[in-house]
Design a binder for this molecule. Sequence first.
Ligand SMILES: Nc1nc2c(ncn2[C@@H]2O[C@H](COP(=O)(O)OP(=O)(O)OP(=O)(O)O)[C@@H](O)[C@H]2O)c(=O)[nH]1
Ligand SMILES: [Mg+2]
Length: 636
Amino acid sequence: MDIAVRPARVALVGNPNSGKTALFNALTGAHQKVANYAGVTVERKEGIIRSASGRSLSVLDLPGTYSLRARSPDEEVTRDAVLGKLVGEAEPDAIICVADATNLRLVLRLVLELKQVGRPMVLALNMYDIAQRQGLRIDLEKLQAELGLPIVTTVATRKRGIEDLVAQVENLTLTAARGETGEGGWHAPDASEIRAAHRRAEQIMRDCVRPPERPDTLTGKIDGVLLNPVLGLLILSAILFVMFQAVFTWAAPLMDGIEAGFGLLGTAVSAVIPDEGAWGLLQSLLVEGVIAGVGSVLVFLPQIVILFAFIILLEDFGYMARAAFLLDRIMGVAGLHGRAFIPLLSSVACAIPGVMAARVIEAKRDRMTTILIAPLMTCSARIPVYTLIIGAFIPQQTVWGFLSLQGLVMFGLYVAGIVSALTVSFVIRKVFWRGAVEPFMMELPTYKVPDVKSVLFNLWLRARVFMERAARIILPLMVLIWFLSTFPYPPEGATGAPIDYSFAGMIGHALEPIFRPIGFNWQMVIALVPGMAAREVAVAALGTVYAVGDVDASVTALEALRTTILAQWSLATGLSFLAWYIFAPQCVATLGVVKRETNSWGWMWVMVAYMFGLAYLASFVTYHVAVALGGGAVGG
Ligand SMILES: Nc1nc2c(ncn2[C@@H]2O[C@H](COP(=O)(O)OP(=O)(O)OP(=O)(O)O)[C@@H](O)[C@H]2O)c(=O)[nH]1
Ligand SMILES: [Mg+2]
């Protein structure tokens, strides 16, 4: 085979949380997610780099594993990639085994196993900064000799040792016989072989590594407090609570600013484009459709950024694995595996990475349960809908002088999502899949001070995803909604609002009977339909449906919408809409990922059915209880 044609392929293999992805990012300049807990990476990612001598290398980031005896789907990806069993992919030309230098014991066993595969390999002793700070003494030469491997020390987050590593890899791929196939000598080891490898690893540890002079006592001390069964849970609740208060109170001034900006933009465009004939149509499309629609969603950016600032800081600090540990008992009662915590937490951003993160769960039933309930967690696309309704119906006042009432209601909605997820899991595991949940083992990472630059960068990535959704999904849908609610024009001498005669009006009126029992009017029904593509579109769609035909330039679009909703919906209807949004599977993309991850249409439809069922039921009950309690009056 001609070496020049195909770049040499290198795979990053190592224990979870050892810094493989950080190294991958440092090597390739990619921006894959890095965080301080095990199981961040669940699929293979490839990137191309160019070495100093100008050759290109293809680098593969893989999920972390302790052994090639894979147990969970993410570990299988790693095993198959290393052994060249992935479809359409040969085995890598070289392996970079990534080790957390402060935690060598476990990785040595993996190194011994990887050596049997017979690929050229280099050991990257990552987190070398921490090792040095602790005064850990590793006899590199001896270790190199014992293992028979070149060793490079690296600090992935500071891009240290990267050139060295690339040079070593290049060296390996040049000298090794290329294009060789076959599985090398790896086979699943039996119990005695595992014990032998264990003994060998222990002996290497004794020979080459002296315990640290300044061991990390801080992690132990902090854990003494944070993992305390009572105090720990109190602190966790307090953190979550502050988080939601902050989302509401800190974001408010920023949101006002963005809203005002879009208001000005709308006014400016109205001033430039005349309001007559075809120009009038264009003006209406741009101002009422596009600017008001996209603006009414982008306004929520500050809330999303604040929420993620909290989550990213906690992740990088190393707290999330602790939260999983603290909640393991509660989750166990609900029939959930402890490892479900991270997938469920990821679902607070979006159910899609959440469903994918479930790959770290070994037992199929535990994993399926987690996937089925992940979309019940409150994702960030629900924030605009929740905030709109809360802003319309819940007065802006404080409780006990310091708590924002709106923030409290928002917190309540998140809790409602969590409680329903746990309840559904409980029912699944008690009714359909009886049996014990597999025991939970997760290494607790050491605490690390979050790196400001990487936190800011991650925050920017989150913000960008949200803004890209606005451009890619919401903008085109807004054009469509504007079209449907503008045409056809009302007939001569018509008395109702123009939208009554439009396509959107027809669709809304046709579907309304289904939703009348849960208190929805036809305008809401129109908003639900494009809301299937992305939840937050419903907010923009409501804006269009209600605002088409009359624009009052003195208030911003969101304010106008709040006022309209307050005037046209009863409190019962507003609450019913919130209840609907807790449960309804209003997101086609999530359903697609569920189909892919479960490899079954059946499970996807089960999810659609149970979530719509719950949504309808919850809204029905909410609506009728609220009406019975006197919340049925419109215009209150
Ligand atoms: N101080 C220090 N921290 C590092 C270094 N490399 C990585 N980290 C941190 O270690 C944590 C884990 O890094 P990741 O790159 O996500 O680890 P991973 O091996 O890809 O983890 P999985 O995908 O879960 O298997 C993150 O908090 C990183 O910021 C390093 O060299 N020094
Ligand atoms: Mg990773």
